[in-house]
Design a protein around this ligand. Structure first.
Ligand code: RIB
Length: 352
C-alpha cells in the first residue's frame, strides 16, 4: 500500500515506484509477453509494493473483450474430456484468458444458453467438443470465433483439431486380426455422430483388407457410456456364434465390455479380447489393463486454444485443420483367441 491505508493505489503509483510510464505499466499487464522479463519483474514488484489491484473488468469493457473462452463438452463426467480441458486451460492461462465450461449433455437447450453468452460477448470465443454447432450459431457459424476439437462437422469449414478416426479404428481392428481373431464385434458411438461413422468405416476397412466378411450381427450401437458398453457386450456374448474379440468406440464402453464378460463368468482376453479407444487414465489400471488407441488429449486441447487465439487475432485468416497422431497401446486385454495367459502377468508394451 502506498501512503496511508485509505489510499487506493493507482496505476500512477505503480509507474512512479517502478520508474516507468503508466503506458508501460498498462502494456506489461495487457501483453506481458511483449515486454522484457526485467521490465515485467520491475512492474510486478511495484504492483506488490503499492497494493495496486488492476481493474480488469473495466479494461475489458473498454476493449469490448471478456478475455474469456467458452468450452462446450458433451459429457463432463467422461474422463476423456478432462485432459483436453487441461490443455485448453494451460494455453488460456498463459495468455491471460479464463475458461468457462459448459456441460451440454447433448441437450439443445443448454447449447442455446451457452451460445447466448458468446453472442452477448460474455465470452470472446468458443471451443466445441460436442460435434455440432448449436442451433443459435448455426445460421452464421463463421461470424463468431469458433474452433472445433475432437470431431469434424460435415460441410463446415472452421478451424479444427482432430485425429484420424478411420485410420485409428482400422489399426485397432488390425491388431485383433493380427492376433488371429476373425469374429470381431464392434460397438459404435451414438447414432448420427461423425466419430461413429468414421470409426465404423475404419473397422470395416480392416476386415475388408483381411478378406473377413462383415457380419452385421456383430455391430452393435452404443452411446459412449459404460452402461451402453455393458448392454452391447451382453448382447454379443449371448449370440449363438459369439465373437472372440471386440473393438469398442471408446474406453468407457470398453470398460463396460470387460464388466459384462466378468458378469458372464468369462475372461478377458481368454474368452473375449477387448480394444478401447481414447486411453483414458483408468485404461492402464483396470483389470486387465486395456489395449486402446491413445489420443493426445492435452495436445488436442492446447492446439484448440492456440487456434482460437489465432482466430481472435486474425478473424479473416483461412481456417486451419490439424490432424494429430494416435498410437495403439497394447496392454493385457487382448491376446490370441482362446489364450490362457494370466492377464496381470503380461507386460504392457507400446507399438509405434
Ligand atoms: O469418449 C468420448 C469420445 O468422444 C471420444 O472417443 C472422443 O473422440 C470424443 O469426441
Amino acid at each position: 500500500m502506498v501512503g496511508n491505508r485509505s489510499h487506493m493505489a493507482t496505476i500512477r503509483d505503480v509507474a512512479e515506484l517502478a520508474g516507468v510510464s503508466t503506458a508501460t505499466v498498462s502494456r506489461t499487464l495487457a501483453t506481458p509477453q511483449q515486454v522484457s522479463s526485467e521490465m515485467r519483474r520491475k512492474v510486478l514488484r511495484a504492483i506488490r509494493q503499492s497494493g495496486y489491484v488492476p481493474n480488469l473488468l473495466a479494461r475489458n469493457l473498454r476493449r469490448l473483450e471478456s478475455r474469456t473462452t467458452l468450452v462446450l463438452v458433451p459429457d463432463i463426467a467422461n474422463p476423456f474430456f478432462a485432459e483436453i480441458i487441461r490443455g485448453i486451460e494451460e494455453v488460456a492461462h498463459r495468455n491471460s484468458y479464463s475458461v468457462i465450461l459448459g456441460d451440454t449433455q447433448r441437450r439443445a437447450r443448454r447449447e442455446r444458453a451457452y451460445s447466448e453468452m458468446l453472442l452477448s460477448r460474455q465470452a470472446d470465443g468458443l471451443i466445441l467438443l460436442t460435434g455440432r454447432v448449436p442451433a443459435l450459431l448455426a445460421r452464421k457459424p463463421h461470424a463468431s470465433p469458433i474452433v472445433i476439437a475432437c470431431e469434424r462437422i460435415d460441410g463446415l469449414v472452421l478451424p479444427t483439431v482432430v485425429i484420424d478416426n478411420q485410420r485409428s479404428a482400422r489399426v485397432a481392428t488390425e491388431h485383433l486380426i493380427g492376433l488371429g481373431h476373425r469374429r470381431i464385434g464392434f460397438i459404435t458411438g451414438p447414432p448420427g455422430n461423425v466419430l461413429t461413422r468414421d470409426r465404423l468405416t475404419g473397422y470395416r476397412a480392416a476386415l475388408a483388407a483381411a478378406a473377413i466378411p462383415v457380419d452385421p450381427a456383430l455391430i452393435i450401437a452404443g452411446d459412449f457410456s459404460v452402461a451402453s458398453g455393458i448392454a452391447a457386450s451382453r448382447h454379443l456374448l449371448g449370440l449363438a456364434s459369439r465373437p472372440t474379440a471386440l473393438v469398442a468406440s471408446n474406453d468407457e464402453m470398453a470398460l463396460g465390455a470387460v464388466q459384462a464378460v466378468k458378469q458372464a463368468a468369462l475372461r478377458v482376453p481368454g474368452d473375449l479380447s477387448v480394444v478401447g479407444f481414447d486411453d483414458i487414465r483408468f485404461a492402464a489400471v483396470c483389470d486387465p489393463p486395456l489395449t486402446t488407441i491413445s489420443q493426445p488429449r492435452q495436445q488436442i486441447g492446447r492446439s484448440a486454444m492456440t487456434m482460437l487465439l489465432a482466430r481472435l487475432g486474425n478473424p479473416h485468416a483461412d481456417p486451419e485443420q490439424i490432424v494429430l497422431p494416435t498410437e495403439l497401446v497394447v496392454r493385457a486385454s487382448t491376446a490370441p483367441p482362446g489364450a490362457t495367459v494370466t492377464p496381470s502377468r503380461r507386460p504392457a508394451s507400446v507399438l509405434p
